[in-house]
Design a protein around this ligand. Sequence first.
Ligand code: AMP
Ligand code: MG
Length: 339
Amino acid sequence: MKNKRALVYIAAVLGIAALMAVVVWIKQLQRTGTETQAAKTEFIMDTVVEIRASGPDAEAAVDAAFAEMSRVEKVFSRHLKDSAITRINQGSGQWVPVTDEVMALLEKALHYSELSSGAFDITVGRLIDLWGFGTDKQKIPPETELAQALATVGYRSVEIDKSAKMVRIPSGTIIDLGGIAKGYAVDQARKVLEAKGVKSGMIYAGGDITTIGAKPDGSSWRVGVQHPRESTALIGIVEMENKTIVTSGDYERYFMDNGIRYHHIIDPHTGYPARDVISVTIYGSEAADADALSTTIFVLGLERGKALIENLPGYEAVIVDQEGNVWVSSGLAGQITLL
Ligand code: AMP
Ligand code: MG
């Protein structure tokens, strides 16, 4: 009798367990059944941004990611009235309160300045203005004006008071986060997508590409590296999942004068566009870091750039020199198909 009751008990437990398994299975089926896809394009941070995602509510996720990128632009653009960067620039010479977010990105920028002995330097704002890049007043500046602007450049003069959450730059200095903010915005957009349950997605921001997971069909994303001299050609294709590539090139914003190309990536030590290479693509996991590194290595040039990237774990590079030679860092060699 006792045995029979035990058997009934075991059968009941097994029955409930089986029922629960079926419920979990149906729930999972429903979840994959409600997987949606969305793709949208907007113009943010002076560039075309496309976001693609698949997830439980892909459209809402993509909209939220765009909203986050717009928010980041409003904080970090120095061309928008009332942005945090505008307030620091307008308050030059005085301590200006900043948020933790602004403090963190400033510290990251200064980290890359330290790493490169000032090849990356957000205090180049006055030089950028003088050359007029990004405006219709691009010109080679007179030497005297260049010298004056150069005197306001120097990342070591950016003071940060962490406990008081204040920043001070010297009177007359202008900071410009154009070399790092787009990458940061892309990282933030990626985090929003992930928080909304997106397991497969892609953010394209003016040539910079960040991927989440694999493609919806399960294969890796195949991302092209732009040819620096032929706008419709690629120099290679990189297979990636959960990774980002960011490119800095002398073809993005430039003007020609007497057959010489003058472009928007400035060597903070000379005040002139950096000349050694023509494009630098960085591969890694964080777009803000990859963005800072692409600008940094562009300014450092081939030899110093190679040395920096080969000693930096987690980040790889493709560098194209003035002659069009393509150099690939050792950690990326197996993953890129050169064309
Ligand atoms: P990217 O396209 O990421 O290489 O960034 C280029 C932008 O970064 C320029 O348009 C400037 O706003 C800014 N920039 C130019 N030269 C430098 C530099 N040496 N260090 C930091 N930012 C720079
Ligand atoms: Mg950059």
